[in-house]
Design a protein around this ligand. Structure first.
Ligand code: BV8
Length: 249
C-alpha cells in the first residue's frame, strides 16, 4: 500500500477495532482475482458479452432454455475451477478471530467465501451450483431422476431444471434479506467490497448501514455507486487490500 492508502487503512482499522458489530457486503469484485468474471468490468464483464436481462431472468430462460442453461453451465465450470483468493481468506480469518462480531453478506453466487472458511454467510442471490425446478408442481419432481438434457427435465412431467440463483425480477429469499437488513441496521461498521452498487435491494444495505449510523468503508479499485454512502474508500483490489487491512486485527 502507498502512504496515502496506508493512512486511510489506519483509520479504517481504528473504526473496525472500535466496532462491536461489523457487517461485510461483498459483490462480484470479491471473486475477480479468483478468475470469475464480474458483471460490469469492461474487459471481462458478462454485461459486455450478454444481455443480463435476457440471460439472468425467468423470461430469458423460458425464451431460450438451452442458451441460458449453457451460460450457467459455463459459469459453473468457472466456479468449480476457481480457488478462494487472499481476500476471501483474510475475511474468513478475521471473522474467526472475532467470533460473533462479523456478519458476511454476499451478492455472489459462487461458494468461495464458504470454501475460504467464512461461516454464516448470508447469500442474497442464491447458489449457482444448486439445481431447482422451474415450476412448482403438485407431484414431486425428483432431481435425482431428471432426464439429462440442455436443460435437464423431469422424466415424468417435463418440468425444467434451472439454477438455484435469484434472477432479475425475482424476490430475494425473504429470510436472507431480513437477516442482511438486520445486520446492516445493527452494525457499527460496514465493509463494502467489490460491488458496483447497481443491483437492488442488495445495494440498499449499504445505505441502511449509513442511515443507522455505521461507519461505511468501501474497498474497490474503481468508483462505484456506493461511494456516496462511504465515509472512507480504500482504492484497491480485494486480494491486495483485505490482508493488509485485516490481518493485524
Ligand atoms: C427484486 C444471480 C423485487 C443471477 C443476481 C431498485 C432500483 C433499481 C432497480 C431495482 C430496484 N429494485 C429492484 C430492481 C430491479 C433489479 C435491479 O437491481 N436491477 C439493476 C440492474 C438496475 N433487481 C432485481 O430484480 C432483484 N429482485 O428486487 O425483486 C422486484 C421484483 C420485480 C420488479 C422490481 C422489484 C433481484 C436482483 C438479483 C439479480 N441476480 N445474481 C446470476 O448471477 O446469474 S445479481 C448479479 O449482479 C450478481 O449477483 C452480481 O453480484 C450482481 C452485480 O453486482 P456486483 O456484485 O456489484 O458486480 P458488478 O460486476 O456490478 O461490479 C463489480 C465491482 O467489483 C465493480 O465495482 C468493480 O470495480 C469491482 N472490482 C473489480 N475487480 C475487483 C473489484 N473490487 C475488488 N477487487 C477486485 N479485484
Amino acid at each position: 500500500m502507498d502512504a496515502a492508502l496506508e493512512a486511510l487503512a489506519t483509520t479504517a482499522r481504528a473504526w473496525l477495532s472500535q466496532a462491536e458489530s461489523i457487517a461485510v457486503l461483498t459483490g462480484a469484485g470479491m471473486s475477480a482475482e479468483s478468475g470469475i468474471p464480474t458483471f460490469r468490468d469492461a474487459l471481462t464483464g458478462l454485461w459486455s458479452r450478454f444481455n443480463p436481462a435476457q440471460l439472468a431472468s425467468e423470461e430469458g430462460f423460458r425464451a431460450d432454455p438451452a442458451l441460458v442453461w449453457n451460460w450457467y453451465a459455463e459459469r459453473r465450470e468457472g466456479v468449480r475451477r476457481a480457488e478462494p483468493n487472499a481476500g476471501h481468506r483474510a475475511l474468513a480469518a478475521f471473522q474467526a478471530r472475532h467470533p460473533g462480531r462479523v456478519t458476511l453478506v454476499t451478492q455472489n453466487v459462487d461458494d468461495l467465501h464458504q470454501r475460504a472458511g467464512s461461516t454464516g454467510v448470508i447469500r442474497l442471490h442464491g447458489d449457482i451450483l444448486e439445481d431447482r425446478w422451474l415450476e412448482r408442481r403438485s407431484h414431486a419432481c425428483d432431481l435425482a431422476q431428471a432426464q439429462p438434457g440442455t436443460p435437464p427435465r423431469c422424466a415424468v412431467c417435463g418440468n425444467l431444471v434451472r439454477p438455484g440463483v435469484v434472477w432479475f425480477g425475482e424476490m430475494l429469499p425473504a429470510a436472507a434479506l431480513a437477516a442482511a437488513e438486520r445486520a446492516a441496521q445493527r452494525c457499527d461498521a460496514m465493509l463494502v467490497i467489490g460491488t458496483s452498487g447497481a443491483v437492488w435491494p442488495a445495494a440498499g444495505l449499504a445505505h441502511a448501514a449509513r442511515r443507522a449510523g455505521a461507519r461505511v468503508i468501501v474497498v474497490n479499485p474503481h468508483d462505484s455507486e456506493l461511494d456516496e454512502v462511504a465515509h472512507l474508500r480504500l482504492q484497491g483490489t480485494a486480494a491486495a487490500v483485505l490482508p493488509a487491512l485485516l490481518d493485524a486485527l
